[in-house]
Design a binder for this molecule. Structure first.
Ligand SMILES: Cc1ncc(C[n+]2csc(CCOP(=O)(O)OP(=O)(O)O)c2C)c(N)n1
Ligand SMILES: CC(=O)[C@@H](O)[C@H](O)COP(=O)(O)O
Ligand SMILES: [Mg+2]
Length: 622
């Protein structure tokens, strides 16, 4: 029997002799590659954390000791070793294992993650709770070098470093990569820690500490040696005991080091060095390509995608380059999502006007605001879900000063395999309440391009939201034309029922409208809403239906209802959109159908409400 098949819990792992751990790591890595190639998922990061995961569960008494994985996209080995091996074929599929840690999924998933840089805060909270409750347990945050660039990680370090008697261990998993190559001064600093005299000294110190039965003596030697050879690291200045860098693929380093650290009191910081994609040559060579994959044949590797419909991300990337060519004032900003946001071409063509600011959404927005004060034209490309991080910056730094910043909001609506953590369900609600904002929702690729142009030319804050993946296949016109601000359009004329659709919901609404003989409007603007169009439709239709791929609460439908109320118009209205609950991972089309947001579901809801019973105001909010 394969070794891996005998391990259904960390307790079983801990019974293995140390000599069996390296063969186990080999099996685990093969399992990962085989499994992820069949399901898709975050491959590179997982291949890089095989040994670290084994070592942590081997040395620490999980789940009594708490491991908090930052982002959580590297937790597949953790899932496999904590009893979920046989469910891995369901990874990221509807009803299956999540791609991230979830408290409801396992007692070993101590904290739900997926947005980065929360692990140190959460683990510190757990460590402090243990202290307050008088419990003896360790809390361990495992954070990558990319995630370490976020302000939140440093807020937590700042707080943790003065909490002297908490059992907190921060493991920095340094693979010298974010999704794209790492950026910023911290990366430069980590590279310095890895290089030359310091690394050599630290390695020797590590060796001295590793087998040390007289731990305190060894620790003093370590501090002494470090003090003699190099200045204290910034992590020590933060109040942590810094250990490392050590080889994160060498179980013979990892396990004794962790065993020794386990005996130390107070905030500890272990710097491990790993390789993204470790053990699978193709992923080692191209960690970005294998960061998040679809299904692929592991022997052949990921093949170039067949030409198909253009994604909205590509539409944005092309628009950005075209607009940059037309206007020298344009600068493009991404908080660490160059590939996902379609900015690879822009960086190549306009390296001086491209800014990857690291995983720093708040900073990306205020940095844009600063650029705008000086007459530049910043375009912040950001996923809807990640803009949540920068809400105060959006209001206080951009909108309040009516600064000219364009927001390209990718991944608006349901995203599929990443699930609830990454769903862009809230942006309509959280944007439309901000004064000065213009908010648009693209219904097809060409409209997306035109809306981006509109947002860019508008002298104030403006956002264009568009979904993950491809659109309907609309022809994209080369010229950069804008749309009149606050003007929607009628897509089809009908009777009695007016469907007011937004963004990605225009196409299925047109199909539903054709089936029902209803009028369908592409509202285009969530804000300013086309109130004249609303009034016109109200004048010659009996029933209103609003449809959006965003939460119903406070959404575009609510904007229509508010406009009707403000105009003193009473009209039965059915608001279709995303319900007041988190929607798990799964196939995006199936998920949309599941909440009634495909053509069939829209038609069915309308029929049920207005064609068979008493009209009244209904929100599909259950
Ligand atoms: C707040 C936030 N912004 C952006 C992302 C997208 N994202 C996921 S993983 C990742 C890179 C993380 O790098 P690192 O922590 O070094 O882990 P690695 O991928 O190298 O294993 C990014 C930018 C995110 N999950 N959360
Ligand atoms: C873990 C994480 O946040 C990213 O890797 C994310 O999964 C990327 O999503 P897209 O595939 O939509 O770019
Ligand atoms: Mg990294």
């Amino acid at each position: 029997m394969k070794l891996l098949e005998t391990i259904n819990s960390p307790a079983e792992l801990r019974k293995l002799p140390r000599t069996q751990l390296t063969p186990l790591a080999h099996e685990l890595r093969h399992f990962l590659l085989d499994s992820v190639s069949k399901t898709g998922g975050h491959l590179s990061s997982n291949l890089g954390t095989v040994e670290l995961t084994i070592a942590l569960h081997y040395v620490f008494n999980t789940p009594h000791d708490r491991i908090v994985w930052d982002v959580g996209h590297q937790t597949y080995s953790h899932k496999i070793l904590t009893g979920r091996r046989e469910q891995m074929h369901t990874l990221r599929q509807f009803g299956g294992v999540s791609g991230f840690p979830r408290r409801v999924e396992s007692e070993y998933d101590t904290f739900g993650t997926a947005h980065s840089s929360t692990s140190i805060s959460a683990a510190l909270g757990m460590a402090q709770a243990a202290k307050i409750k008088g419990e003896q347990r360790h809390a361990i945050a495992v954070i990558g070098d990319g995630s370490m660039t976020a302000g939140m990680a440093f807020e937590a370090m700042n707080n943790a470093g003065v909490q002297e008697d908490v059992n907190l261990l921060v493991v920095l998993n340094d693979n010298d990569m974010s999704i794209s190559p790492p950026v910023g001064a911290l990366n430069r600093y980590l590279a310095r820690l890895m290089s030359g005299q310091f690394y050599a000294a630290a390695k020797n110190v590590g060796k001295s500490v590793l087998p040390g039965p007289v731990l305190e003596l060894a620790k003093r030697f370590e501090e002494h040696a470090k003090g003699m050879v190099v200045p204290a690291t910034m992590f020590e200045e933060f109040g942590f005991n810094y250990i490392g860098p050590i080889d994160g693929h060498d179980l013979e380093s990892l396990i004794p080091t962790l065993e020794n650290i386990k005996k130390l009191k107070g905030p500890q910081f272990l710097h491990v060095v790993t390789k993204k994609g470790q053990g699978y040559k193709l992923a080692e060579a191209e960690p970005i390509l294998y960061h998040g994959t679809g299904k692929f044949n592991p022997t052949e590797g990921i093949q170039p995608a067949k030409a198909g419909k253009m994604t909205y991300t590509e539409v944005f990337g092309n628009w950005l380059c075209d607009m940059a060519a037309a206007d020298k004032r344009l600068v493009g900003i991404t908080p660490a999502m160059r590939e996902g946001s379609g900015m690879v071409g822009f960086e190549q063509q306009y390296p001086d006007r491209y800014f990857d600011v690291g995983i720093a959404e708040q900073h990306s927005v205020t940095f844009g605001a600063g650029l705008a004060t000086e007459g530049l034209k910043p375009v912040v490309a950001i996923y809807s879900t990640f803009l949540q991080r920068a809400y105060d910056q959006l209001i206080h730094d951009v909108a309040l000063q009516n600064l000219d910043v364009t927001f390209a909001l990718d991944r608006a609506g349901l995203v599929g395999a990443d699930g609830a953590t990454h769903a862009g369900n809230y942006d309509i609600s959280y944007l439309r309440c901000i004064p000065n904002m213009v908010v648009m929702a693209a219904s097809d690729e060409n409209e997306c391009r035109r809306m981006l142009t509109t947002a860019y030319r508008y002298e104030g804050p403006a956002a264009v939201r568009y979904p993950r993946g491809a659109g309907i296949g609309a022809e994209i016109l080369k010229e950069l034309t804008s749309i009149e601000i606050g003007k929607g359009e009628i897509k089809r004329e009908g009777k009695e029922i007016a469907i007011l659709a937004f963004g990605s919901m225009v196409a299925p609404s047109v199909t539903a409208g054709a089936e029902l003989g209803a009028t369908v409007a592409n509202m285009r603007f969530v804000k300013p809403l086309d109130v004249e169009l609303v009034k016109r439709l109200a004048a010659d239709h009996d029933y209103f239906v609003t449809v959006e791929e965003g939460c119903v609460m406070g959404g575009a439908g609510a904007a229509v209802a508010e406009a009707l109320a403000a105009e003193g118009i009473v009209k039965p209205i059915l608001m279709l959109g995303l319900p007041d609950k988190f929607i798990d991972h799964g196939d995006p089309a199936a998920l949309l159908a599941g909440v009634g947001l495909d053509a069939k579901g829209i038609a069915a809801s309308i029929r049920q409400r207005f064609m068979s019973g008493e009209p009244r105001l209904v929100v599909n909010n259950t």
